[in-house]
Design a protein around this ligand. Structure first.
Ligand SMILES: Nc1ncnc2c1ncn2[C@@H]1O[C@H](COP(=O)(O)OP(=O)(O)OP(=O)(O)O)[C@@H](O)[C@H]1O
Ligand SMILES: [Mg+2]
Length: 462
């Protein structure tokens, strides 16, 4: 027999005490009992407070000793022994030793039909209980068994409460863990951000170093050449001055003029190169004034920019084609637009083609019908490696460092397009299939932000 381990709550024990007391009164017996079976023992759980009752609560007796209750539990039925002394089967049972010779008892069962124990009345006199007493005992039994249901429900409730409490504690622990990992994440993020800052700083420093090196290198060549040309001119002029006193031949004079011309040409070229370099540094560093806004035809503006291209580009032997037809009206900054186109063409000529091979650069334009025009400058040259595509607009990015490239051309393009012209520019290229720069511009450039002409008036002088 498996036993319920449930402890009976005090409230029920008190209630059953009253029941047993009343029962003993009605049956007019010295002992009304509720018995509970334990492993190998049976316990007096509740004993009526009535006179002559030999049983005390908590008293335990061994099983298998022939007690009345054992039979009730084994048969799960009513047992009525009117007088044990007259009954061969009951004469020697242990309760007779306590002078309890009559017995009426029924089994008590848990809701799952396991035996709880018994409820019974015992008397020291012979008792022949009428049917109505038997029925009463069954009713009391049923009432106590209903209490068992409640006890079990309460137990289940308690168990679910405990489960709930456990789940809540687990949830709390989980929340704590979550908060902790959030904190860790936050700390990691902070570390990452400061690392990033550090990286950015050192990248900037490296870039700055490269820039300074680049600028020095670039300026060094024209300035060095200028110096050389100037000092040559100086010494040749001094020699010439000395010779003048002695009289000069015509051929000597012609030679000197040739030297001066050559020197001046070198000086002009070198200083022009230096001036251009300084101008591009300035263009990158300064805020560009948006000057020269007017209405113009895009095709005309591009063609006039082509006419102003450097002689070196015109002489390069590459074809520059403009397929922009008339009729694309713009209200914007034609000079800056021309500068952008010229820069893109110069780049194609300088970077796209292998020496000795003639290439083609095509300029086209496609209005989108919604107030914008996409201008493309495409070449059929070597293309731009994918790794470089994202960096070509960065200032000082050049693949011709030390060979005349400052890496400012496309950055100036980017600045002009995005600020003055209010558009966007992107580069695309697939390996070996040339490069394409797309400049997307509004046909009508937004009005520039007006800067205050004068300083705000000063307050009154007191
Ligand atoms: N059409 C092109 N084909 C291939 N590479 C190009 C092309 N245009 C630009 N590039 C690449 O982009 C880089 C950056 O161009 P950018 O005009 O900014 O500098 P640069 O031409 O090298 O120097 P700078 O213009 O200052 O003389 C170039 O060095 C080159 O590698
Ligand atoms: Mg360039």
């Amino acid at each position: 027999m498996t036993l319920h381990a449930s402890a009976i709550p005090e409230t029920f024990l008190a209630k059953w005490q009253t029941t047993t007391d009343v029962m003993a009164g009605i049956f007019d017996v010295p002992a009304g009992l509720i018995m509970r079976v334990l492993p190998e023992q049976i316990e007096v759980l509740v004993s009526s407070h009535s006179e002559g009752n030999p049983y005390e609560a908590d008293e335990k007796a061994k099983l298998n000793t022939g007690l009345y209750c054992e039979t009730v539990m084994a048969t799960r039925g009513l047992l009525h022994v009117p007088d044990a002394l007259e009954d061969e089967d009951w004469r020697c049972n242990p309760d007779v030793a306590l002078n309890m010779i009559s017995y009426l008892g029924v089994p008590l069962l848990w809701p799952d039909q396991q035996v709880f124990g018994t409820i019974c009345v015992l008397d020291s006199k012979k008792r022949n209980y009428q049917q109505k007493y038997v029925e009463l005992l069954w009713e009391i039994k049923k009432s106590i068994e209903r209490d068992f249901v409640v006890i079990e429900q309460q137990e289940q409730l308690e168990a679910s409460n405990a489960e709930l409490r456990l789940a809540m504690r687990q949830q709390e622990a989980f929340s704590l863990k979550l908060a902790q990992s959030n904190q860790d994440l936050h700390a990691a993020l902070m570390r990452l951000t400061s690392l990033q800052d550090e990286l950015l700083r050192s990248e900037k420093m490296a870039a700055l170093g490269a820039v300074v090196a680049g600028i020095s290198h670039e300026l060094n060549t024209p300035i060095g050449n200028s110096l050389l040309a100037a000092s040559t001119l100086q010494s040749r002029t001094a020699e010439f001055a000395q010779e003048m006193g002695r009289g000069l031949t015509r051929s000597r004079m012609q030679e000197f003029v040739g030297t001066v011309e050559q020197g001046a040409a070198i000086l002009m070229r070198s200083l022009d190169q230096a001036a251009k370099l300084v101008a591009s540094f300035k263009q990158v560093a300064d805020e560009q004034a948006a000057d020269g806004r007017r209405r113009f035809d895009l095709g005309d503006a591009v063609r006039s920019a082509l006419q102003g291209l450097d002689q070196a580009i015109t002489d390069s032997g590459h074809r520059v084609l403009c397929s922009i037809g008339p009729g694309i009206e713009m209200d914007s900054y034609p000079d800056q637009l021309g500068q952008v186109v010229a820069q893109l063409i110069a780049n194609a000529v300088q970077h796209a083609f292998l020496p000795g091979l003639a290439g083609t650069v095509t300029i086209a334009a496609e209005p989108d019908g919604a107030g914008q025009v996409a201008i493309t400058v495409t070449d059929d040259g070597l293309g731009i490696p994918q790794d470089n595509l994202g960096r070509v607009f960065d200032p000082f990015f050049t693949t011709r460092m030390g060979k005349g490239g400052s890496g400012l051309g496309l950055h100036i393009v980017y600045k002009l397009v995005t600020t003055t012209l209010h558009g966007s520019v992107e580069a695309s290229s697939s390996d070996g299939a040339g490069a394409c720069f797309t400049v997307t511009l509004p046909l009508l450039a937004p009005a520039p932000m007006r800067k205050p002409d004068r300083a705000p008036p000063a307050g009154p002088i007191l």
